[in-house]
Write a protein that binds this ligand. Structure first.
Ligand code: NAP
Ligand code: FE
Length: 359
């Protein structure tokens, strides 16, 4: 038995925020905009959202302090400032960090609980609607119900929050991304498609989306890195489709292995996951050789060679044996293992880290 549920209404196109701004009126008269510190001011997305809100007489406030890999304490700060003021909806603008933050905040504005409770209490939360405006072609967070936040101990943890009601995807915003961000966020989308395809939770519709997202990525990510806007536009489509994939399947142990590289070694999320992925799928091959073969085939015969050709392994990470052993032990407790194919052990995971980081 399988189910496919992805309730977000998605609009894609240049100028879509102002062009379809009337859609915002159905969410109410008072909006809280949640964004990062600077990029949305430079790429035009914040002006577009404000323009649309003003055009339709919707009041708004702007919280522009979301950092990369947002922490519980940042969420608490926003809750303290904005809970009880009567916002009708939240508009998240930016990469996965502001979008995930916006989805958690949408609950915490109306539920009298702490952000930590979102992880420990398994119940349906009330929330105000979320509108998502992604400006990276990476996480697909605009079409998932997941929020990844950094807890009080410095661990990245994902929890179920809410699907955005509406997503506006304007490819012009991703034309502003640096080469580094195009690579790391594009590789995140690649990981979502590959991991979702190989997950034990994969379904026929999620596979259809994943296969298409992988093909788009193979054809477009190298050109997107060279600054070809058409290719960047296609990567925004790939990341959206790959987001729909993980909204059904979740991610796998590859994401869990990437987390300490981000929190302890400051490697960007997509790069951290992408570096370990080709070695992770070698273990997955034990259980699902046909699908792993298909992945390699789509990426020109070998996923590792494709990722090397993008320059992903130029990122240098200094690690010790002790760190690798600690991360491997931690990964063995990750909930991702339950739906990851292959017989993972702490020894195999330590070997994956060593191969990926060339230690
Ligand atoms: P991000 O952390 O949101 O942003 C990274 C950097 O990119 C920031 O410095 C940001 O600047 C800048 N930026 C964003 N858009 C830009 C643009 N159009 N032009 C130039 N710079 C831009 O990056 P991300 O990779 O999109 O998100 C990563 C986060 O999402 C991680 O926390 C990850 O765990 C999470 N994630 C969530 C899901 C999910 O399903 N919910 C899936 C995968 C990953 P500003 O700070 O100034 O905006
Ligand atoms: Fe990711």
């Amino acid at each position: 038995m399988w189910r496919f549920h992805m309730p977000t209404e998605v609009f894609f196109g240049e100028g879509v925020v102002l062009g379809r701004g009337e859609l915002l009126t159905k969410f109410g008269k008072k909006a809280l905009i949640v964004t990062g510190r600077s990029s949305s001011k430079k790429n035009g997305s914040l002006d577009d959202v404000i323009g649309a809100l003003e055009k339709f007489g919707i009041e708004y406030a702007v919280f522009d302090e979301v950092e990369e890999n947002p922490s519980f304490n940042s969420v608490r700060k926003a809750v303290k400032e904005y809970r009880g003021i009567g916002f009708d909806f939240v508009v998240g603008i930016g990469g996965g960090s502001p979008l995930d933050f916006a989805k958690a905040l949408a609950i915490l504005l109306v539920e009298d609980v702490d952000v930590e409770d979102l992880y420990t209490e398994n119940r349906r939360w009330r929330a105000v609607p979320v509108v998502a405006v992604p400006t990276t072609a990476g996480t697909g967070s605009e079409v998932t119900q997941l929020s990844v936040l950094t807890d009080d101990l410095g661990n990245k943890r994902g929890c179920q929050t809410v699907f955005p009601a509406l997503a506006f995807l304007d490819p012009r915003y991703v034309y502003h991304l640096s080469e580094d961000l195009t690579l790391t966020t594009g590789v995140d989308a690649l990981c979502h498609a590959v991991e979702g395809f190989l997950s034990k939770r994969a379904t026929p519709p999620s596979d259809a989306l994943a296969l298409h997202a992988m093909k788009i990525t193979f054809e477009n990510l190298p050109k997107a890195l060279r600054g070809v806007n058409e290719a960047r536009r296609n990567m925004l489509i790939a990341s959206n489709l790959a987001g729909m994939v993980i909204s059904q399947t979740g991610t796998t142990i590859a994401h869990a292995l990437g987390y300490p590289l981000t929190t302890e070694k400051s490697v960007r999320h997509g790069a951290a996951t992408g570096m370990v992925l080709p070695f992770v799928i070698e273990v997955m091959k034990e259980e699902n050789p046909e699908k792993v073969h298909k992945v390699n085939e789509i990426f020109g015969g070998n996923l590792l060679v494709f990722l090397e050709s993008l320059g992903l392994y130029k990122i240098k990470v200094d690690v010790t044996e002790d760190e690798i052993a600690r991360w491997a032990e931690k990964a063995m407790k990750a909930k991702h293992l339950a739906h990851t194919p292959g017989a993972f052990t702490a020894e195999k995971i330590a070997k994956i880290y060593k191969e990926a980081l060339k230690t």
